[in-house]
Design a protein around this ligand. Structure first.
Ligand code: C2E
Ligand code: CA
Ligand code: CA
Length: 749
């Protein structure tokens, strides 16, 4: 600050306004006649004043402090000169605002020059003494008045002392209070003069950083040089935002380097002020917030990690994935991939060995998975038995498959836990990340690939592809339309004839009801929607519809001239596991009028395996009812004979691969007779599926197999078609089917 502006600032602070000046004049009982009086006598005082200045400087030279200030003769000359001007103005006036201002200025200049107040007052006393001599020379009371002046001036010095001491005390108290408050707040204080870049910091400010207050420089460099390089731009922006009025206050958190070189988190708060000269000055506090930050970090960490395995969780992945995708868009970035891992049949471990054991397995699995990764990769536990791996910086997308294979291999090693040996496996879906992907899309793609891996038989990985996406889309569409198919009456049954092989030709003895979905103009085959019906549970209602429809239809055909016609209906395991299935079936038979012995229920081996005790009970009840049971697709499963013997089976349906494949494949040619023989040796009726050619029929006849079904006889037909081709009125002869007309003119695509 320039000395002129400093003076102005001080004068402003003294706060002498017109009112105050007027009051002072009134207190002194100052009249205009006083001014006139002084003005008139002014000229007579010149000599006295001269003498006074000489005496004053002589007098002051006797005092060590004062002598130092006025020792230089040139300075002394200048001072004497202005002293005279000062006293001349006292006599001559004019006593206006400028008078007050010039007096104040002189006082301040003296104070700054180091002239003490007591010398100042001694000067006034000496002055009055000199004037006294001039005016009342040889007056009898002159000496008395001079003594009085001394006493009064002494008292004046005391009065000034008491007032200023009291003011100083108040100031000190307030400072002490302030200092105590600061010590209590444990905050460091700073005061920064932006224009001159002068920074004052408190001892506590320095101590917080382990620094010695006195060793710090006086510029803001001692602050900013210690700010963490990553945080410095942010701090500067915050300061600027406040200085430009965009923020009401500076309030910013950042890291500062301490004397040990470690960083600690601090929070700076401050406000800027602009002084009369337009200079900005900012002051505030700085607190150590490391402890709070540490807790925040702990909470952050806890929210983003799985407590069981210590791996990142879904939230963590939500952070990592967008980062990885963003990095992919940088030029020169290498490939990245996402792996979605799901343990196969983990529920079984949890249910049979308990959750504690399940947890141990998960910990071990996560350890093994982590072991297959490189340092930059990320493994997260997505939930339950699902893990997601983010692989970055891959040379090529195929590298992800190698990682997946390593994981599968590592998981396949037996796991020893609490005296048990477990074997776990997982399925993995892989997708290569594209910079344009949204996180959600990438996860969905990996999930879809995982689904594919599960579908393909688990314990393997599958890669995401466009085709997968298209088929998933189709599947989704299909499923939502499927939900309404029953209500909209879109299901239809087709019937495929089952024939008895006789010495001469064949005889039409039964039908297998096969479900179709009439979706607009397309007839959707069951393999495309049965699984969806099973997954959604709809199979229960649809299966019920199939049973009653088939029973009614076959009963109608029985009445129309095929009294011994039997009806085969495929069952899903979910139907069998229904509690009231047997009652419901009895109801259907009763309503349709079909004899229980004319109904065959077809089930597969895998259905038998699913919940054997419950299934067994139901199957026995069904057998008791008189319904016959057929084991469908026989030969494709793995069940042991002994196992099959437990179930009340009547019929084996040999899978068509053993029939239509037999003529081309030598191995099958050897196996097929064995399978047929096996069924017969168990005392079961054997039905051969997939008879497509005359040779197949010949082969069956040679093997002594009595029942057959296949395109050679007829494709599945609509009820009307079947009625027309196979059901004849009772008085007409029954058809024996040896033609292959229906193969040449298929009714289905
Ligand atoms: P499935 O029980 O093995 O039924 C026989 C399948 O073989 C039928 O296929 C039939 O059209 C086909 N087929 C018959 N003869 C020949 C032949 O000579 N050569 C060839 N290549 N195929 C032949 P579809 O109708 O597509 O049915 C497929 C599967 O869908 C059925 O296999 C069955 O498991 C299931 N399914 C059909 N209807 C129902 C139903 O109402 N309920 C349940 N749960 N499943 C059903
Ligand atoms: Ca079947
Ligand atoms: Ca079959």
């Amino acid at each position: 600050m320039g000395s002129a502006t400093a003076l102005n600032e001080l004068i402003r602070r003294i706060g002498l306004n017109r009112q105050e000046i007027q009051q002072r004049c009134n207190l002194l009982n100052w009249q205009s006649s006083d001014a006139a009086c002084l003005n008139a006598a002014a000229d007579n005082m010149n000599t006295a004043q001269q003498t006074f200045t000489d005496r004053l400087y002589q007098h002051l030279e006797g005092f060590p402090g004062a002598a130092g200030v006025i020792s230089d003769p040139v300075t002394q000359q200048r001072l004497k000169h202005s002293q005279q001007a000062y006293y001349q103005r006292l006599w001559r006036g004019p006593y206006n605002a400028d008078y007050v201002d010039s007096r104040l200025r002189i006082g301040l200049i003296h104070q700054m020059a180091g002239i003490e107040l007591k010398w100042y007052l001694a000067g006034y006393r000496l002055y009055l003494d000199e004037i006294l001599a001039q005016l009342f020379d040889a007056h009898p009371n002159q000496a008395l008045f001079a003594s009085l002046l001394k006493a009064v001036f002494f008292d004046m010095t005391l009065a000034i002392d008491t007032y200023s001491a009291a003011q100083r005390k108040a100031l000190e108290d307030s400072e002490a209070r302030f200092a105590r408050a600061l010590r209590g707040a444990n905050d460091g204080i700073w005061d920064w003069h932006l224009g001159h870049d002068r920074l004052y910091v408190s001892t506590r400010w320095a101590a917080m950083l382990g620094l010695d207050h006195d060793s710090l420089g006086e510029s803001s460099a001692s602050w900013f040089n210690r700010v963490h390089p990553e945080d410095l731009p942010g701090l500067r922006q915050a300061i600027e935002a406040h200085c430009n009025g965009r923020n009401a206050q500076l309030n910013h958190e950042y890291r500062m380097r301490s004397s040990t070189g470690d960083y600690l988190w601090v929070q700076a708060r401050g406000v800027v002020e602009t002084d009369a000269s337009g200079q900005q000055r900012m002051a505030g506090s700085q607190s150590d917030i490391s402890a709070r930050k540490a807790i925040e970090e702990q909470l952050q960490h806890a929210a983003r990690h799985d407590p069981l395995t210590g791996l990142g969780n879904r939230l963590r992945l939500d952070e990592l994935l967008p980062q990885a995708l963003q990095q992919l868009s940088h030029s020169g970035a290498r490939e990245a991939a996402l792996l979605f891992i799901d343990l196969d049949r983990f529920k079984l471990i949890n249910d049979s060995l308990g959750h504690h054991c399940g947890d141990q397995v998960l910990i071990e699995i996560s350890r093994r998975l982590a072991h297959c990764l490189r340092p930059g990769d990320h493994l997260c536990r997505f939930g339950g038995d699902e893990f997601v791996v983010l692989l970055t910086d891959l040379a090529c997308a195929e590298d992800a498959e190698q990682v997946a294979q390593r994981m599968l291999d590592s998981l396949s090693l037996p796991l020893h836990l609490a005296g048990q040996t477990l074997v776990v496996s997982a399925s993995i879906g892989i997708t290569a990340l594209q910079p344009s992907d949204a996180s959600q899309d990438a996860l969905q793609a990996a999930d879809l690939a995982l689904y594919q891996a599960k579908q393909a038989g688990k314990a393997q990985f599958a890669r995401f592809s466009e085709a997968l996406q298209v088929s998933a889309h189709y599947q989704l569409e299909l499923e939502s339309a499927l939900g309404q198919a029953l209500e909209r009456d879109e299901f239809v049954l087709h019937y495929q004839p089952i024939l008895r092989i006789e010495a001469q030709g064949t005889r039409f003895v039964g039908v297998e009801a096969l479900l179709r979905w009439q979706r607009g103009s397309t007839l959707v085959p069951p393999l495309e929607f049965i699984t969806s019906l099973e997954d959604s549970g709809q199979i229960i209602r649809v299966g019920d519809w199939v049973l009653s429809q088939a029973c009614r239809q076959v009963r109608a055909w029985q009445l129309a001239g095929q009294p011994h016609l039997h009806c085969a209906v495929n069952l899903s395991s979910r139907q069998l596991l229904q509690e009231n299935f047997v009652e419901r079936l009895s109801e259907i038979l009763r309503d349709s009028g079909l004899a229980a012995s004319d109904l065959i229920l077809e089930i597969t081996e895998s259905q038998l395996l699913e919940d054997s005790t419950a299934t067994l009970i139901t199957l026995r009840a069904l057998a008791t009812l008189g319904v016959r049971l057929a084991l469908d697709d026989f030969g494709t499963g793995y069940s042991s004979l002994g196992y099959l013997k437990r179930f009340p089976l009547h019929i084996l349906k040999v899978d068509r691969s053993f029939i239509s494949g037999a003529s081309q494949n030598a191995e099958l040619t050897a196996i097929s007779p064995a399978i047929i023989g096996l069924g017969q040796s168990l005392g079961l009726e054997v039905v051969a599926e997939g008879v497509e050619r005359a040779e197949h029929l010949d082969f069956l006849r040679a093997q002594g197999c009595h029942m057959a079904q296949g395109y050679w006889f007829s494709r599945p037909l609509s009820a009307a078609e079947l009625h027309q081709q196979f059901i004849t009125p009772p008085d007409e002869p029954r058809p024996t089917c040896t033609s292959r007309a229906s193969l040449e003119e298929p009714t289905e695509q």
